[in-house]
Design a binder for this molecule. Structure first.
Ligand code: FMN
Length: 250
């Protein structure tokens, strides 16, 4: 299977290579910001306390047992409180440690680099104008990033026409900012970034299940259309994963 040999390298541990080719971290290059900056003077959208939407007691066994990929959603809108809970569950920040060296969040991340930004295409969320938003995780707020005339069509193209994205009231897109991990792990970073993204999406599945909502991981999205929808450069930042969210169609 020589034709896959180069691609398979990404799945192997490359930490040993860092002895001969040290990372920028080892070379003393200043670290990149923990998250993307907000434009000066930008007005951020406040989010409700994420604790409010979660049931006070859940049976973890039942919850894990019932988790499934859900691809059909009812026409009910999401609430801002639910969106807040899902954002927090997937990328919420507990604390910033060691003088800004790292964030500790609801999900683990190799070296605590947390190389993602979360974008939400909010199509039908009560209390939130339709549009796309970036989650400012350290502040637990939303930054409006665009309001294309036909958001649903853009989201549909970004998800390569997958049916699940055509009815969901909100669609999550996670971008990777690879240098955040490359700074510390150089060529060993790419595997950890892919591993990290799985944790994020799994937390979305579990949180949705607890809230009576549903989601499905979308790996087969359109790179070009997803990056273009969110205005990403496709090199220093690009979409890595997506997930429509909505009420389970019972
Ligand atoms: C990395 C990854 C990518 C996926 N991509 C898609 C996708 O593009 N479209 C889709 O409908 N489901 C996608 N899925 C969902 C899987 O099809 C689903 O997890 C699998 O069929 C098992 O079903 P379950 O999640 O209900 O256990 C993806 C899942 C993972 C983990």
């Amino acid at each position: 299977m020589d034709r896959f040999a180069a691609a398979r390298t990404m799945l192997k541990s490359r930490f040993g290579e860092l002895f001969d080719n040290p990372s920028d971290h080892r070379l003393g290059v200043p670290q990149p910001a923990l998250e993307l900056p907000c434009p000066p003077g930008a007005t951020l959208v406040e989010l409700p306390d994420p604790a409010l939407a979660f049931p006070k007691q859940v049976d973890l066994f039942d919850l894990l047992k019932s988790r499934r990929s859900r691809r059909e959603f009812s026409s009910e809108p999401l609430t801002l409180s639910q969106l807040s809970a899902l954002l927090w569950a997937t990328q919420g920040v507990h604390s910033i440690i060691r003088d800004g060296f790292a964030t500790l969040r609801t999900v683990p991340s190799g070296g605590s680099r947390h190389p993602f930004e979360t974008y939400v295409a909010a199509i039908d969320v009560i209390g939130l104008a339709a549009g796309s938003y970036r989650y400012v995780a350290t502040a637990h707020k939303l930054l409006p990033v665009g309001n294309p005339p036909d958001l649903r069509a853009g989201v549909s193209r970004a998800c390569a026409g997958q049916e699940s994205a055509s009815t969901a009231p909100a669609v999550f897109f996670w971008s990777a900012v690879p240098y955040r991990s490359e700074w510390r792990y150089a060529v060993a970073a790419h595997k950890t970034i892919a591993q990290d993204s799985g944790h994020v999406c799994q937390n979305l599945y579990i949180a949705c299940e607890a809230l009576g909502l549903g989601t499905v991981a979308v790996g087969a999205y359109s790179q070009k259309d997803a990056d273009s929808l969110l205005g990403l450069d496709g090199s220093e930042e690009f979409v890595i994963y997506a997930a429509p969210v909505g009420w389970r169609n019972r």
